[in-house]
Design a protein around this ligand. Structure first.
Ligand code: GDP
Length: 300
């Protein structure tokens, strides 16, 4: 299965770390807990989340008097799962009356444009009508890149001039999507992080203008994060969540990293759901995120 094989690198390296722990295993002692901490940090859980996981594994193991390594590694997977499901996720906000508007936000290079194309493909596969807004007018080439995807996918893409006002593109696109009775309008927005105030102003303007065109829009704001940037990605995510109302995360390039723990760290630190994961560069390489498939086979 492509889902599992895309995550091979990440899972294999985690399994190897866990297997390494089993070698000198003599029970839950200081040494074991330290080594577990190191394994979790290597998987990119970050210090805070990793410490929480270690404490919880220790508590549960002592409570239940777990002694074999297998029991403890099962307990570890259970703790990771519980950490993820401790937040209740809302279903995707759909505009039943008209166009559902999705904003894609994130820094340049995170995979925003490619992910927009992948998402379009998955909505088209469900028989939905999609319109795209190329509102990333600041990254050179981003507009053309999205327009090329749109051509390949056979969908309309509303464009603006390079360095033009992204909000103007969004207004045009919203009107076009309404007129053409689209189900979804996906907006590839600009991701400049150099200046938080600028980013905030840009994003809030984009929200204001679209609200006037389509009630309740944007219905979803998805932050695209490159999983290979590890803890940096978490800092970026914090800036975006402090700046605008992010409703979900799309984690890209998980195929290229051995550090899948970032999923758990994001959840623990930001409470946001991971909506999709990116496992490659083609249109098919986007998967709805599912915590059970994600953890499956982790400690074998
Ligand atoms: P943007 O600047 O955020 O719009 O980023 P792009 O969509 O241009 O993506 C940057 C690079 O990352 C491109 O070469 C993409 O093909 C690549 N990319 C995006 N998503 C993934 C993914 O899930 N896996 C891999 N391996 N590459 C990806």
């Amino acid at each position: 299965d492509r889902y599992l094989s895309g995550l091979d690198k990440s899972k294999r390296s985690f399994s190897e770390r866990i297997r390494r722990l089993s070698l000198g295993f003599r029970g839950i002692d200081e040494e074991f807990l330290e080594e577990l901490m190191v394994a979790l940090l290597e998987a990119d859980l970050g210090i805070k989340t990793a410490q929480k996981v270690v404490d919880e594994v220790e508590n549960r193991a002592l409570d239940r008097k777990l002694s074999s390594f297998d029991e403890i590694s099962e307990c570890l997977v259970e703790v990771l799962r519980d950490m993820y499901v401790s937040y209740e996720d809302e279903a995707m906000h759909i505009n039943e009356q008209g166009v559902t508007v999705i904003y894609m936000v994130g820094v340049n290079g995170s995979g925003k444009t490619t992910t927009t194309a992948k998402l379009t493909k998955s909505f088209l596969d469900e028989g939905k009508k999609v319109v795209l807004a190329a509102a990333d007018t600041f990254r050179a080439g981003a507009v053309d890149q999205l327009a090329t995807w749109a051509d390949r996918l056979g969908v309309d893409c509303i464009k603006g001039r390079e360095n033009g006002d992204p909000s103007a593109v969004i207004v045009d696109a919203a009107r076009f999507a309404k007129e053409h009775h689209a189900d979804y309008l996906i907006c590839d927005t600009a991701g400049r992080l150099q200046n938080k105030t600028n980013l905030m102003n840009e994003l809030s303007k984009m929200r204001r203008v679209v609200e006037r065109e389509i009630e309740g829009a944007p219905h979803e704001v998805w932050l695209v994060l490159d999983a290979t940037t590890g803890q940096n990605g978490i800092s970026q995510a914090k800036i975006f969540t402090e700046t605008t109302n992010v409703t979900g995360i799309i984690l890209t390039k998980l195929d290229g990293t051995a550090k899948g723990g970032i999923v758990i760290a994001i959840r623990d630190l930001l409470g946001l759901p991971v909506k999709y994961i990116g496992l490659g560069e083609t249109l098919e390489d986007l998967r709805p995120f599912d915590i059970d498939s994600y953890l499956y086979g982790l400690c074998e």
